[in-house]
Design a protein around this ligand. Structure first.
Ligand SMILES: [Zn+2]
Ligand SMILES: [Zn+2]
Length: 400
């Protein structure tokens, strides 16, 4: 059963929608995209009737902490697998599991568990792991947010070199103002990671220095990042530019938004889209273990030592009343962005697939419906709800 034909779909290409089209997949890859029914197919071809449905590339999430009761920082293979399965049900076919703050043993356990699941290629494992986002622990003290405070520190070469040596870290975050940040960025650049600044109160000059060392991305725009007044509170007058102005003022800087409807109002979502454009703006879930679970009290980060937060079923709340990351999957983010911004549907999908794939260095393999790429495909209803998820051309097993 190596040939699968998706027939009569509204195919969402990176720049347009191809109506009533055919996408043929062979051995898990996209072989052809056409307006006409392909000829000469073998009798064993599986046809998936896509009438009235969108065919979308699977989503790629570069910032995700967990779901369905599990945080990647729980550090066990079963927890990682369960979180990947949960996100696949929400349309994410590729993830960059994201560390929180924590001690080195907890971070190593997370890297090891992710590597173990990454090596087991099976649709039953849900979303594929493309690499890890080393996010915590190198955050600024005044921007730790909902992360476990005791697990925050400044970068130390022997610690992060051990993480990089595992080979699984593909995205690397550090607050730009920390002592040792420049060396961290240079080490991450050697590994060809996407280098990002997050949970930071950096000024424009600190961002400029980071940029010179390869930093090109800022985590969850407007959340746990600097603005003019937060920089003034740290450095006094004259007022200085912040991460915000730096990202908006540099065409080669990319960023990401949490479009769950709880973190950012519609005008900010649309502003980010209009200023950065769909090739420099990603949708991320930033979702934690409470995704798919009822409202309640949960831990953010490692199961035993993570900080407590409360989910009201729509978003997470830290004990101090601040937001504590999202509890929604990527399908929700896509629906919310489509309904609350001026971006076209192909652009919204691109911000959830091709753009993050490109930034994560995997766009040759996935992120769009193009010949030769992995057949990670979603069937979406006209209202953009998930109808079916295909991983490398095979449907997500029922019950997962
Ligand atoms: Zn964060
Ligand atoms: Zn996060």
């Amino acid at each position: 059963m190596s040939l699968v034909l998706f027939a009569g779909a509204e195919v969402i290409l990176p720049d347009r929608i191809l109506p009533k089209a055919y996408v043929l997949c062979q051995r898990g890859r996209i072989r052809s995209i056409s307006r006409r029914h392909p000829q000469g197919l073998s009798a064993g071809t599986t046809t998936v009737d896509c009438g009235g449905l969108y065919l979308s590339p699977g989503f790629v999430d570069i910032h995700v902490h967990g779901g369905n009761g599990h945080d990647f920082m729980d550090g066990s293979a079963p927890a990682v697998r369960a979180a990947c399965q949960a996100h696949a049900r929400h349309g994410s076919t590729t993830l960059f599991p994201t560390t929180t703050t924590g001690n080195p043993a907890q971070i190593h356990a997370m890297l090891k568990a992710c590597a173990e699941i990454q090596s087991q290629r099976s649709p039953a494992n849900g979303a594929r792991i493309a690499g890890v986002h080393l996010y915590g622990p190198f955050f600024a003290e005044d921007k730790v947010g909902c992360h476990p405070r005791s697990g925050r520190r400044s970068p130390n070469a022997s610690e992060y070199e051990a993480y990089f040596q595992t080979g699984i870290v593909r995205i690397a975050t550090c607050a730009a103002e920390l002592p040792g940040a420049a060396a961290f960025y240079r080490a991450a650049r050697k590994r060809r990671c996407l280098i990002t600044c997050g949970h930071s109160n950096a000024s424009w000059p600190e961002m400029a220095a980071a940029h010179a060392n390869g930093m090109r991305h800022v985590d969850h725009f407007w959340c746990a990042m600097s603005n003019v007044s937060s920089v003034r509170a740290r450095l006094g007058v004259p007022m200085r530019g912040s991460m915000l102005e730096f990202v908006l003022g540099h065409a080669d800087m990319s960023t990401e938004i949490i479009a769950d409807g709880c973190h950012l109002a519609p005008e900010l979502l649309d502003f980010a889209y209009r200023i950065k454009g769909p090739d420099r703006l990603c949708l991320v879930t930033d979702s934690n273990r409470a995704m798919d679970l009822p409202a309640g009290r949960y831990r953010f980060g490692p199961k035993r030592s993570g900080s407590w937060f409360h989910s009201d079923g729509r978003v997470g709340w830290a004990e101090d009343g601040a937001l504590a990351s999202s509890v929604q999957g990527m399908d929700h983010m896509v629906r919310h962005m489509a309904a609350n911004s001026s971006a076209s549907l192909p652009e919204v999908i691109r911000m959830a697939s091709l753009t993050p794939a490109r930034l994560g260095g995997i766009a040759r393999d996935c992120g769009s419906i193009e010949i030769g790429k992995r057949a990670d495909l979603l069937l979406l209803t006209p209202e953009l709800h998930i109808h079916q998820v295909h991983l490398a051309g095979r449907p997500l097993p029922v019950g997962h």
